[in-house]
Each structure stands twice: as structure tokens, then as C-alpha cells.
Design a protein around this ligand. Structure first.
Ligand SMILES: Nc1nc2c(ncn2[C@@H]2O[C@H](COP(=O)(O)OP(=O)(O)OP(=O)(O)O)[C@@H](O)[C@H]2O)c(=O)[nH]1
Ligand SMILES: [Mg+2]
Length: 439
């Protein structure tokens, strides 16, 4: 089904990103191509796929990652955000007393979804009841009654009456005391004038809070046209896409809905009353991407490195002490390799070329640097100029490191200091720049 297949392909694309040595144009291109293929196979509209590809490419290569996020996470987040954009917002469904009217083409899944919805609200502690306003199809009454009886949901119907509008009127009165009232209507063809008229009449007398259009996922991109037609007639407040369990092409219907004013409220993923899921674009996409917690992962990354961790003032003044560096190393230890942290800073935008050496500090080395700095006095940390050879020996012994390693740290600090000075001496307002980039 669409969720498994599309999800699998998207996950493979994301894995490529996670596993890539570095995030550059080449890997972004490759991943975008994979995503394109996956979306087209799921029947998503070509126009949407092209927009998605362009957006991902542009944003990945142009936008600087927000503070705390490494380039990899940054690109994953862009993919995630742009996928959500394609599916649009999810429709708002309150857990409160309300009247819901179900409409849709013949066989789209209205009656099944009516029962599923009653079950859904019942589970949330609301009393639900349904009215059968389908007098068109012979089996409609029995079908809904059977489903309701099985779930202990109150059912109102009039078996041999033909006037669906009158039934609805009496039915709503009969279920007045229930919290959630759901009206199942007859399936129609967009062209059947009298059925359209009946739908509009039921709509007029029932004042529904919600009008759910039920769409069969197999409809694919034609869904967009239907949504527009129903919307023009009674105004749709949400869409239910059914039978997503039965097709690998459901992406067509899902993305087509975002072309209209409506949004997806629920998805149907099977024939039993429990096979209904509330649709939330962000959760849906995280699940497709195989990262149930992608959101929290990203949030964590966003929080890990806050502005406090960097002494921006010190950097700006060009006075970049070992203490400042220590603070940074601490932040970096929480985060990941220094290169990633540094690459988040707008060095590139400042027109600075940063040599690769500068980042050639491994996690292990950073730990060592921390030990070394722990063995220094405050004065030494403030102004490492004072560290002469005997002091170096003392620090090495105190931290259980080698003399050369202490020297290396001092050299590294000098290099960083020089870089910082270079930045603050520039024409740019570093602080403004960092703010702009969310640091
Ligand atoms: N696999 C699967 N089948 C579904 C789903 N929703 C509905 N169906 C099946 O689709 C068929 C039609 O469903 P109905 O609920 O009768 O559709 P309807 O829109 O009420 O049909 P009419 O009243 O004739 O217009 C039934 O066999 C349902 O079991 C779903 O999410 N998944
Ligand atoms: Mg029906």
C-alpha cells in the first residue's frame, strides 16, 4: 500500500543523507532524484513533485542551518517540511459535540467511514449516533444498521421512506441528546442533478459543523476535481481518504486535496471500524520517513546549542580566551564534531575560507583538550601567553597528557583566535548575522 511503498523509498533516500560523508550539491541532487521517483510512483502530481524538488534543492544549498542543527539534519528537516507542504494542512476536528455530514461518490466508503467515525468519537468518550439518509441504494439501511448494532452505536433510519430530507429532519430530532451526530448520505455521481439537489437540501436543514468528503484513494489525481465540485456545492470542511491500504498510488488523492481549499481529516486504512486514523500531516510524514520521533530529534538538535553556549561578545571583541574556547568545546561535546558546529556559523557568508585543519579536531581530542584546560589556572585560561615551558610540563602532568598535546591545544587556540579576530574585523556585523541565522 501507499504508506509502505512510498515510506520505504523515502526512508532509503533519507538513509542516503544520513550516511553521506558530506552534504553537498551532489548528494542533495541524488536524494532529490530518489524522492522524485518515489513521489511519482505514488502518483503524486508531477507539478507538485517538481515544486518539491526545486524547493528542497534551493533551500538545502542556500539556507544556513539554524543554530544547533548540522547540515544533515537541516536537509532532512527541509525534506520533511516540504513533504508536509505538499499534503497541506490537516483539517481541524474537535473532540466536542457536533454534527457531521458525509458526502461522496458511489462506493467511496461513506457508510463504512460513518461507522468508523462513530467508533472514533465513542472511544474519545463522546456519545455518537448516526442517521441513515441514504434512500437511494437498497442495502444502505441494513448495512449501516448492522455496523452500528455491532458497535453499540445508536442508529436512526426509516426503511421504506424515500424522502431523505424528511428522514434527516426526524433523525436529528431523535438523536438530539447525543454529542456527535453523523449523517450518512447516498452516493452520487457529480452529474446527477437530483442527487446533488438532495444533498444540498439535507445540508440546508441539518446545519452540519463538518462536511466530510469521502474520497477513494484509487481515484488518484482525479480527487482534486471531485473535491472542487463538492466544495462548490455545499462547502467541504474536511476530506476522508479511504482504502489507502489497498493502493500504492494513494499519493495522487492525498496531494490533489491540497490543490483545493480542503484538508485531509482522516484516512481509512482497512475495512474494520477501527481502521480509521486521524490525519496529521507532520505525524504522517514522520511515519513515512520512518522517524516517528523525527520531530523530537530535530527539536533536540535545535535546543542543544543555544546562544548562551557561545560567548559571542568575546568573539566579537577579538578577545577569544581559552575559557571561551572551553565553553565552545563543551557545547561541541554535546553536539558533535566541531566542523559541524563551525559550519553552522555564517563563515561562508562572511566570505571567509576556513581551512580544513581548523576543524580537524576529533571528539576524542576535544575530550583531551578539556582535561588539559581543567589543569590550567584561571589566569592561564584568561591569557595563555603566560604559559611557558615549565607551566606546560605541569599542565601536561596534571592532566595526564603529553607536553606536545598541550602545545597543540595552544596552537589550536591561536588559530581559532586569529579566525575570530578576522571575523570581527570585517565589515559585517557578526552579531546581527548570527541572530539572522538563529544563533
Ligand atoms: N480496504 C478498505 N476498504 C474500504 C475502506 N473503506 C471502505 N471500504 C470498502 O469499500 C466498499 C464501499 O464502502 P461503503 O462504505 O459501502 O461506500 P459508500 O460510499 O457508502 O457507498 P455507496 O453508499 O454505495 O455510495 C466496502 O466494501 C467497504 O468495505 C478502507 O479504508 N479500506
Ligand atoms: Mg453508503
Amino acid at each position: 500500500m501507499v504508506l509502505d511503498k512510498l515510506g520505504g523509498s523515502l526512508q532509503d533516500a533519507i538513509k542516503k543523507l544520513v550516511g553521506a560523508g558530506r552534504i553537498d550539491e551532489k548528494i542533495v541532487d541524488e536524494v532529490v532524484r530518489d524522492i522524485q521517483r518515489a513521489m511519482l510512483q505514488a502518483d503524486v502530481n508531477v507539478k507538485h513533485v517538481m515544486t518539491l524538488s526545486q524547493k528542497i534543492k534551493q533551500r538545502s544549498l542556500k539556507e544556513a542551518p539554524p543554530g544547533g542543527m548540522n547540515p544533515r539534519e537541516h536537509v532532512i528537516r527541509i525534506v520533511y517540511q516540504e513533504l508536509i507542504n505538499i499534503l497541506g494542512k490537516s483539517a481541524n476536528v474537535r473532540l466536542a459535540p457536533q454534527t457531521i455530514m458525509m458526502v461522496g461518490l458511489q462506493g467511496s466508503g461513506k457508510t463504512t467511514t460513518t461507522a468508523k467515525l462513530a467508533r472514533y468519537f465513542q472511544r474519545k468518550g463522546l456519545k455518537a449516533a448516526v442517521v441513515c439518509a441514504d434512500t437511494f441504494r437498497a442495502g444502505a439501511y441494513d448495512q449501516l444498521k448492522t455496523l452500528c448494532d455491532r458497535m453499540g452505536v445508536f442508529f436512526y433510519g426509516e426503511k421504506d421512506v424515500k424522502d431523505a430530507v424528511a428522514i434527516t429532519q426526524r433523525g436529528l430530532k431523535a438523536i438530539e441528546k447525543y454529542d456527535v451526530k453523523i449523517i450518512d448520505t447516498a452516493g452520487r455521481h457529480a452529474l446527477e442533478k437530483d442527487l446533488i439537489k438532495e444533498m444540498e437540501d439535507i445540508h440546508k436543514i441539518s446545519h452540519p459543523d463538518h462536511k466530510f468528503l469521502v474520497l477513494d484513494a484509487a481515484m488518484g489525481q482525479l480527487a482534486s476535481e471531485q473535491a472542487r465540485a463538492f466544495n462548490a456545492s455545499i462547502g467541504i470542511t474536511g476530506v476522508v481518504i479511504t482504502k489507502l491500504d489497498g493502493t500504492a498510488k494513494g499519493g495522487g488523492a492525498m496531494s490533489a486535496v491540497s490543490d483545493t481549499d480542503s484538508a485531509i481529516a482522516f484516512i481509512g486504512v482497512g475495512e474494520t471500524p477501527d481502521d480509521l486514523e486521524r490525519f496529521e500531516a507532520d505525524r504522517f510524514i514522520s511515519r513515512l520517513l520512518g522517524m516517528g520521533d523525527i520531530k523530537s530529534l530535530i527539536e533536540k538538535a535545535e535546543e542543544t546549542l543555544k546562544t548562551e553556549d557561545f560567548d559571542v561578545e568575546a568573539m566579537l571583541s577579538g578577545k577569544f580566551t581559552l575559557k571561551d574556547m572551553y565553553k565552545q568545546l563543551e557545547a561541541v561535546n554535546k553536539m558533535g564534531p566541531l566542523k559541524q558546529v563551525m559550519s553552522m556559523m555564517p563563515l561562508g557568508k562572511l566570505g571567509m575560507k576556513v581551512s580544513d585543519d581548523m576543524f580537524a579536531v576529533t571528539q576524542e581530542k576535544m575530550k583531551k583538550y578539556k582535561f588539559i584546560m581543567d589543569s590550567m589556572t584561571d589566569k592561564e585560561l584568561d591569557d595563555p601567553k603566560h604559559i611557558n615551558s615549565p607551566r606546560l610540563t605541569r599542565i601536561a602532568r596534571g592532566s595526564g597528557t603529553k607536553y606536545e598535546e598541550v602545545r597543540e591545544l595552544l596552537k589550536y587556540h591561536k588559530m581559532m583566535q586569529k579566525t575570530m579576530k578576522g571575523m570581527s574585523g570585517g565589515k559585517f556585523n557578526m552579531q546581527k548575522m548570527m541572530k539572522k541565522f538563529g544563533m
